[in-house]
Write a protein that binds this ligand. Structure first.
Ligand code: SF4
Length: 454
């Protein structure tokens, strides 16, 4: 493998590039490469850049990535469990949720949630990522109870679960404070929180795309309280809808401020808006709405995140779900050092129209990484390195084998919302008894197979 990042002429190439671009962009990049902090105003200026300046931004971000992360590109073997799609909110970008009166609402029983977690663990996953809709009249302790039940069965699995919006909902429904609710989650065994429900942390943007969503101050309160209780979180941005460049840069500065205060953020994940089936696009709900970010906007978002968060947030993730494998590879050369997880049951972007599948097996993630001349490494949720792959293992891993008949084995969101067996019928928490996907699948198979009598 050629180690491109260590060739000395790259430094000279970067210097030459900086000498050839807009002097304002060059000055900001020079400052960042010298260890200076890029302000929100300077960040906005970088977002305005194009042409050769874009190349310089990518090269500077790649250099900062190399200094922090070296050649390793990480991934986590995990499974998403979105246990219900029924939600009381109406976020304009969300095609996943269903109103409680709609026919396509589902709510998985506890048996099935635990079966999914166990199956993932048996296939080599170390993490389950649990996020869902906010069902009406939900039992307040649901998230804590669910965590406890999963940990009882699988004590070593990492539960990466419950967005700030969900934590707040759990607290409100329980009539507990956010502090007490987070303490309950921690004591039940939650390992980390997804820093989703952030979108753009600007009240005007939030009012436009998701009125009624968790507020900026509330989001910060949940995240910083989690950190104070020793629960790390990720951090995210959703971009490519109505936001301006200044708001993107201010969002990055906001994340950086949180990290300065607590140090509890493990990674930053830019998530580009998938417009196709989102209500705010299909129902023309929002004026000035863009159909997602362009390729160069996606590249700039990741690269400028690396530049502005340098020294504070060490891991920048690119999402194969949102960007697809080809653009994700480009992003690995523009500041990213992580490709996220195997996911197994990706529903949220798929339901909004993303077309990159619901599972990528580990060997495929490694193939993308190796193709760029970088070193694949499997990590834990909190970025402990489990294994680096100098060469490919001779034997395929369990998840690689299982992914060969993924649709049948793991089901799909499109199928799930049609199944009577998992239909939402007013549950306030997962029912304790209920069929599993394995049982449903066998029953359906038997019903469609001819009997011996013909
Ligand atoms: S983004 Fe979350 S809170 Fe908003 S509608 Fe979708 S599931 Fe509900």
């Amino acid at each position: 493998m050629t180690d491109l990042s260590r060739l000395p002429h790259l430094d000279q190439a970067l210097d030459a590039l900086l000498g050839a671009v807009d002097p304002n962009v060059a000055r900001i990049l020079d400052k960042a490469l010298g260890g200076g902090e890029v302000s929100a105003e300077e960040g906005a200026r970088l977002f305005d850049a194009d042409g050769a300046s874009l190349l310089a931004i990518m090269a500077a971000a790649d250099e900062l990535r190399r200094r922090v992360n070296g050649d390793a590109v990480t991934y986590v073997v995990n499974r998403n469990i979105n246990f219900t799609n029924v939600c009381i909110k109406r976020c304009g970008f969300c095609a996943f949720s269903r109103d409680y009166r709609q026919e396509e609402g589902y709510f998985l029983p506890l048996n099935e949630i635990i079966r999914r977690a166990r199956e993932a663990w048996d296939l080599g996953a170390t993490e389950v990522c649990i996020q869902a809709g906010l069902p009406p009249k939900m039992q307040g302790s649901l998230y804590i109870d669910l965590t406890r039940e999963i940990k009882k069965e699988l004590p070593d699995i990492h539960i990466h679960g419950f967005s700030p919006e969900e934590v707040l909902y759990g607290a409100v429904r329980s009539k507990w404070t956010v502090e007490d609710y987070l303490r309950g989650l921690r004591d039940a065994g939650v390992g980390s929180l997804p820093g989703t429900s952030a979108e753009i942390l600007d009240p005007a943007v939030r009012d436009k795309i998701a009125p009624g969503r968790i507020g900026v101050d509330q989001w910060r309160q949940v995240i910083t309280t989690a950190h104070r209780f020793g629960i790390p979180t990720t951090s995210t941005i959703m971009f490519g809808h109505v936001e301006k460049n200044a708001q993107r840069a201010a969002h990055l500065a906001f994340i950086r401020d949180v990290q300065k205060e607590t140090g509890g953020i493990t990674e930053f994940v830019p998530l580009s808006f998938v417009h196709e089936d989102s209500p705010m696009w299909s129902k023309h709900m929002v004026s000035d709405l863009r159909p997602g970010a362009t390729g160069s906007e996606v590249v700039k978002m990741h690269a400028i995140a690396r530049i502005m968060l340098h020294g504070w947030v060490h891991n920048i993730q690119c999402s194969w779900v949102k960007e697809g494998p080809k653009l994700a590879q480009v992003l690995l050369a523009a500041g990213c050092n992580d490709v996220g997880g195997t996911l197994i049951n990706e529903s949220i972007s798929t339901s909004a129209g993303a077309s990159h599948g619901q599972l990528v097996p580990p060997s495929e993630l490694r193939r993308w990484i190796r193709d760029l001349g970088r070193l694949p490494a499997e990590r834990t949720t909190t970025y402990g390195i489990r294994r680096t792959f100098e060469v490919e293992p001779e034997e395929p891993e369990r998840l690689d084998i299982a992914s060969e008949n993924a649709a049948e084995r793991f089901g799909s969101y499109a199928e799930l919302i049609k199944l009577e067996e998992f239909r939402y019928s007013g549950q306030r928490a997962p029912s304790l008894e209920g069929p599993t996907w394995t049982e449903v699948r066998l029953k359906r198979k038997a019903a469609h197979e001819p009997t011996a009598a013909g």
